[in-house]
Design a protein around this ligand. Sequence first.
Ligand SMILES: Cc1cc2nc3c(=O)[nH]c(=O)nc-3n(C[C@H](O)[C@H](O)[C@H](O)COP(=O)(O)OP(=O)(O)OC[C@H]3O[C@@H](n4cnc5c(N)ncnc54)[C@H](O)[C@@H]3O)c2cc1C
Ligand code: SF4
Length: 486
Amino acid sequence: MGGATLAYALRNLGARVTVIERGDFLPREYENWSPKAVFTRGRYRNSENWYDATSGPFRPGVHYYVGGNTKVFGATLPRFRETDFGAVDLHEGVSPAWPIDYRDIEPHYARAERVYRVHGTPGQDPTEPWRSGDFPFPGVAHEPAVAALADSLRGQGLTPFDMPIGVDLRTGGGCVRCATCDGFPCLLDAKSDADVCAMRPALAAGNVELLTRTTVVRLRTDPSGTRVTEAVATRDGRELRVVAERFVLAAGAVNTAALLLRSGTGSGRGLADGSGRVGRNYMVHNSTFVVAVDPRRRNDTVFQKTLGWNDWYRDEGPHGPLGNVQTLGKLQAPMARVLGDRVPAPILGALAAHSVDLYLTSEDLPTPNNRITVDGADRVVVHWSPNNLAPHRELVRRTTNAMRRSGYPVVFTRRMGVAVNSHQCGTAVMGEDPATSVVDPYGKAHDLDNLWVADSAVFPSSAAVNPGLTIAANAFRIAADGELAR
Ligand SMILES: Cc1cc2nc3c(=O)[nH]c(=O)nc-3n(C[C@H](O)[C@H](O)[C@H](O)COP(=O)(O)OP(=O)(O)OC[C@H]3O[C@@H](n4cnc5c(N)ncnc54)[C@H](O)[C@@H]3O)c2cc1C
Ligand code: SF4
C-alpha cells in the first residue's frame, strides 16, 4: 500500500522511479475465488516463516506480491479518527500523539479515497472525522440480514454505519459483490488493491519501472554512514545492486524494520537507528473474530462486509476507549477453521450457513519490548506480548451482548494470535525528536540524507481502525509535502 501509492504519487513529478518487489504479479486464476485453495491450502501465502520469541516458527499473514497484502485485503478503508492523531488515554497507558494533525493529512485522505475508489456514506458515524468533501462514491447497500442487524442495533441505541470500502461498484464498475472478497484476491481486478489502483497506473506513466521477484537484502552506505549508496538484492539466485539518488522503504512494518536491522553497522544497531527504536514499538491491534449464530435462520448474505459501529470507540468508562466493530466477509466452511481445528467440517459448514461474522479491533500500545529482531540465522523474530487487553475483552463482551439481543443466541469468539499480523505498524516511528524516533514527520530518516520510510512502520500509534487508507494518505503526504520529491 505504501510503496505502490508513493510510486503513483511520484509518477508525474519528474522523478525516475524503480520499485523493487520481492514477489510477482499475483496470477489471475480460478483459485483466486476458491475458499479451499485460499484458506485450506494457503495458495497465496508465500512468506517465509517468522519466529515468535516464545513459541517458535509461524507462518505470518503476509503476502509477497505486487500490491503486497492489499491483494487479499478486505478493502475496508476508513480514515483514522481526528482524535487518533493526538495523545489518547487508554486503559494501560497513553497512546502517543503523532507529529502531524488530522488537518495535515486530510487532503491526502481525500486523494487516497479517490484513487482507491472508496464508497461510503457521510454523517452516519458519530466518530467520523470532518472531511473537505463527500466520499467519491455512495455507501454500499446492506443485504437483508445485515440490514436487519443494523435495524436491531439502532433499536438498542447504537449507531451502525456503512463501512467505507474500496470495491468497484461505480456505474459500469467490475465488482459483482461476490462471496470471496475479504481474504481473497479479486479475479476481476475490481477490488481497490494497490496493484490495480496505484502500481499499474504508475507503470503506465512511463517514468516508473518495476523489478519483480527481487528481494532487497540490505542497504549499503558511503563511509560516513549518512548516505545510502545502493540496495543489494537477489533475483533468481543472483545478486543485483540497485544504485539511486534516493531510497524509500515500504516493505511492510516488520520487513522494513528487518531490512534496517540487517543493514546496520554491526554495532547491534540497525541503519538509521541512532534512537535505538528500529524494530521496537511493534503494534498489531488486539483483534477478535466473532461468529454469531442463529440456528433457526440461514444467513444467505453474499457480500457481508458493509456494516460497522464505533459506539465504544471513545468510551470513557473504566476501560477507556474500546475500539471498532465491523462485519467480515461472509464466513464459509473452509474459513470457519478459525473457530478451531477439532470441529468437524459439517458442523463448521452448518455454523457458517447460519452466522453473521464480525471483526473487532482495539488499539494496542507501543512498548519497547514488543519488537522485531533479526537473529544470528538471519530470521525475523517477533517479540510480542499483547497489551491493553481489558478494553478489548470489554469490546468482545458488549458486542456479544448486542448480537444476542439481535437474535443470535450462540456467539463464538476467537482472539487473533501472533500470526494474524495484518495490521502491523510502529517499527520505525516518525517524530520530531531524533532521540525518540527513526524518521522525521515526512518519513525521512533522521540519521541519513537520502532514506525515507513510507509504510505503516512510521505509525506512532495504531488507532483502532484498519490502517490501509492511512498508509496510502501518508504516502501521498510524504510525496507532496516533504523534501523527497524536491
Ligand atoms: C487478509 C487481510 C485482510 C486485510 N484487510 C484490510 C482491510 O480491510 N482494510 C485495511 O485497511 N487493511 C487491511 N489489511 C491490512 C493491509 O493490507 C495492510 O495494512 C497494508 O497492505 C500494509 O501496507 P504496507 O505498504 O505497509 O505493506 P504491504 O502492503 O504488505 O507491502 C509490502 C510490500 O513489500 C514487499 N517486500 C517485503 N520485503 C521486501 C524485500 N526485502 N524486498 C523487496 N520487496 C519486499 C512485499 O512483497 C509487499 O509487496 C488486511 C490484510 C490482510 C492480510
Ligand atoms: S466483491 Fe467485488 S471486488 Fe470483491 S472480490 Fe468480488 S468482484 Fe472483486
